[in-house]
Design a protein around this ligand. Structure first.
Ligand SMILES: [Fe+2]
Ligand SMILES: [Fe+2]
Length: 295
């Protein structure tokens, strides 16, 4: 792949962004559907508890409340990624020539990500949910990521999050039984992220062109660790404890829930396929993706 091939992709992505982008500050995006007040926060199949004994014992109203809290957790991780990627990528491009096609696209991407984060905050508040404090290890990893992640690792971890949210949000935006603000914001996110993913994929390929086998294998390991932390971060004990569940029971059920593992594998499938094509699915990385239920 030559520099001019990459530049022409970045120019195309910019043209596409000019043609179809959203301003999610419009209050209509967050309007709740009053005829559908018991709707879910996300398609119930994405709840880690779906199909368990606890799930079977819950009323529709309880499932609605649970999935609304769970989507707040998922989107909270999404916001954390959107903010982290900006810090990581902007500091690496602070002195770059701003007229370069990749830098211009990065500026466009950061504008998107800021509005996505704001959009998710508004959507969560409009469905009456709230964000939960995350484990301290998440904060430590965030600092390492923002400070030290080098090019293909930064883009790799960003792509992991983007690909997994893409699969989940395609379901959420199309599910009639999901709360309207989540459906609308998922649609906006899917459209705009469809440009971010080719940007990340191309950057990873460019960074690794001619890289040594050692660097490739080390980077693949760090990307896998980052992806593991994201996947694990989607499940937060505070969500369940706040709703009155016994965490030990919930944890046991989630760990033993084959449906949940299948959904996580489905979310990761396009990302894993990309890694495999690019030679980033090394033995060590595979082991980690299996531990994360992503492979
Ligand atoms: Fe985003
Ligand atoms: Fe993105």
């Amino acid at each position: 792949m030559t520099v001019s091939d990459s530049n022409s992709l970045f120019e195309d992505l910019l043209v596409s962004a000019n043609r179809l982008s959203f301003d999610p500050r419009n209050p209509a995006v967050y309007e709740v559907d009053l005829d559908n007040e018991g709707s879910y926060g996300m398609s119930p199949e994405w709840s880690p508890l779906f199909g368990t004994r606890t799930w079977a014992s819950m009323s529709d109203a309880e499932r609605s409340e649970l999935t609304r809290s769970e989507v707040a957790q998922y989107l909270g991780v999404g916001i954390w990624l959107e903010l982290g990627l900006q810090v990581a990528l902007l500091r690496r491009n602070h002195s770059a020539d701003p007229s370069r096609a990749d830098v211009r696209f990065l500026l466009n991407e950061c504008a998107d990500e800021n509005l996505h984060s704001l959009m998710f905050v508004n959507a969560i508040s409009s469905i009456g949910a709230r964000f939960y404090r995350r484990d301290r290890s998440f904060g430590v990893f965030g600092w390492l990521f923002r400070t030290f992640a080098w090019s293909e690792v930064a883009y790799g971890i960003i792509l992991a999050g983007e690909e997994m949210f893409d699969v989940m949000q395609r379901d959420w935006m199309a599910s009639e039984d999901v709360a309207a603000p989540i459906r609308r914001t998922s649609y906006i996110h899917v459209v705009e992220e469809s440009r971010h993913m080719p940007f990340a994929r191309r950057n990873i390929r460019d960074c690794l062109a001619g890289a040594s086998a050692l660097r490739r294998s080390f980077s693949s390991l760090i990307i896998a660790i980052g992806t593991h932390i994201i996947a694990k971060g989607l499940i937060n004990r505070r969500v369940y404890e706040d709703l009155g569940f016994d965490w030990d029971v919930v944890k046991r059920e989630i760990d033993g829930n084959e449906h949940h593992r299948m959904m996580f594998r489905k979310a990761a499938e396009p990302f894993i396929e990309f890694l495999s094509k690019e030679g980033l699915l090394t033995g060590g990385a595979r082991w980690i993706y299996r531990k994360s239920n992503l492979l």
